[in-house]
Design a protein around this ligand. Structure first.
Ligand code: SF4
Length: 452
């Protein structure tokens, strides 16, 4: 087995200076099927984290820290070679996953470019130069003598942008001025004899542009190969994994109640008010109001309640009592109790069914008379605004939430609601209704010294 590595070595001492790859060719490695999937899921956690950070409007320095943390948490391996291989394999798997539609390609390209930009910035300047020569960017670093001759001019430009010219580590490149029109028009470079003197931190943009254009073309080519051969050839092995990966939920399954143990029927009204996300609060209110819920709603709320710790007997008692005004006890036992026991793994295949993730809830299409789904996606604007106000969200925060909704960032809208209601940040973002519940209980416990 040939191991594909992308280490670059400095010409002087053969020391590895960078492990940031350009993903030029798929690695000639044998990859176990589990690794194929798990590596891709780990990278997806990084890309989704970046996507959340961007949607939240994080500043460049905050993004830098976020990228470092995400990479450390998901992609690190004690052996550098393994880390590089995981990096490359996961990129190529996700290339297959995200090459298949225009929308998927756009998202992947944007996240991979952001990841590359920050990883590039974190490299030493020696490694950055090695990477630049690998991209064959035809720019030469300005020599010391030349730097000294134009230092004052460069200093003036730097000061005009509110920066200092730190001579000790200032590296500039001479670039034909027409290649950096944005820097020229923004007066952010010194120009002399047709050349712009571009600082290292500005060169990053040029490298990233090259990277972006290369990956963009590669995605189109991968899509052609996928459609013409790979999809059919791999229909029993890779294709199902590839097709499932872009919608896969990456967090815990919450099928068992976690740190807050069980809740009983007597607590349920109270915790619904304080700790249910809007999707579950809505279903809970509807079952109380209508004394009935259609199948989709019963599944969404029922599995959520199981995940927050409502035991089977309590669940049966809860649904029976709520349905009582419309459904007789006999009919309930005959038509509804089986499904509830089924969800708890006591009937049928005895599978312990897992509560639905946000991704799953957001992707459903509720019909007329259904109340399940995600309110941020499925409510009308008017209904959503009214529901947010009922939850105690301030009018300013409502506007922020609606802004995310308009941009179709539903989970982020839910995260902002959580933060507004609890007065506490939720950096990980909301990915699962049961996570919302647990995070809420945690905040309330730390505020009150006891769970609400
Ligand atoms: Fe529920 Fe998730 Fe939608 Fe929030 S984002 S309302 S938790 S489905």
């Amino acid at each position: 087995m040939e191991v594909f590595q992308s280490h670059r070595k400095s010409s002087s001492n053969n020391v590895i200076v960078s492990i940031l790859p350009f993903y030029r060719s798929a690695p000639p490695l044998e990859v176990r099927l589990e690794d194929f999937e798990f590596f891709a899921m780990d990278r997806l956690r990084v890309l989704k984290g970046i996507s959340d950070g961007l949607c939240r409007g994080k500043k460049p320095e905050e993004m830098e820290k976020l990228v470092v943390d995400l990479w450390k948490a998901n992609m690190r391996h004690p052996q550098a070679v393994e880390e590089v291989n995981k990096d490359i394999i996961s990129h190529f798997v996700l290339r297959l996953v995200y090459c298949r539609t225009e929308e998927l390609r756009k998202w992947f390209l944007s996240m991979e470019t952001t990841l590359f930009r920050h990883r590039f910035r974190l490299e030493s300047s020696e490694a950055q130069r090695a990477l630049m020569s690998e991209f064959k960017l035809p720019y030469k670093a300005v020599s010391n003598a030349e730097f000294e001759s134009v230092k004052d001019k460069l200093g003036q430009v730097a000061r005009s942008m509110g920066q200092n010219l730190a001579a000790a580590d200032a590296i500039f490149y001479k670039v034909p001025f027409e290649e950096v029109p944005d820097l020229v028009s923004g007066r952010r470079v010194f120009i002399h004899k047709g050349h712009a003197y571009v600082a290292m931190n500005q060169v990053v943009s040029l490298v990233v542009t090259q990277f972006r254009s290369y990956i963009s073309k590669a995605l189109i080519l991968t899509n052609r190969k996928w459609t013409s051969t790979i999809r059919e050839q791999e229909k029993d092995r890779l294709t199902p994994i590839v097709e499932a990966l872009c919608t896969s939920y990456l967090g815990p399954d919450y099928s068992q109640p976690q740190e807050f143990g069980e809740i009983s029927i007597k607590d349920i009204d109270q915790v619904a008010k304080t700790s249910f996300p809007l999707c579950m609060r809505h279903l809970f209110e509807k079952v109380k109001e209508d004394h009935h819920l259609k199948h989709g709603g019963r599944m969404q709320l029922g599995l959520f309640l199981k995940g927050v710790g409502l035991k089977l007997d309590d669940a049966l008692a809860f649904w029976k009592a709520e349905f009582a005004p419309k459904v007789s006890a006999e009919r309930f036992d005959k038509e509804y109790a089986y499904n509830i026991r089924h969800n708890y793994g006591r009937e049928g295949k005895r599978t312990d069914y897992t509560p639905y993730s946000c991704q799953k809830i957001i992707s459903v299409t509720p019909g007329i008379g259904d109340h399940h789904g995600c309110p941020y996606r499925h409510f009308s604007e008017e209904n959503l605004r009214a529901a947010l106000v009922r939850m105690g969200v301030s009018s300013r925060a409502v506007e922020d939430v609606m802004d995310k909704v308009h941009n179709r960032h539903y989970q982020l809208a839910c995260t902002l609601t959580f933060e507004a209601v609890h007065g506490s940040s939720c950096d990980a973002g909301i990915n699962h209704p049961n996570q919302y519940f647990i995070d809420s209980q945690r905040v309330l416990q730390s505020k009150n010294g006891s769970v609400a």
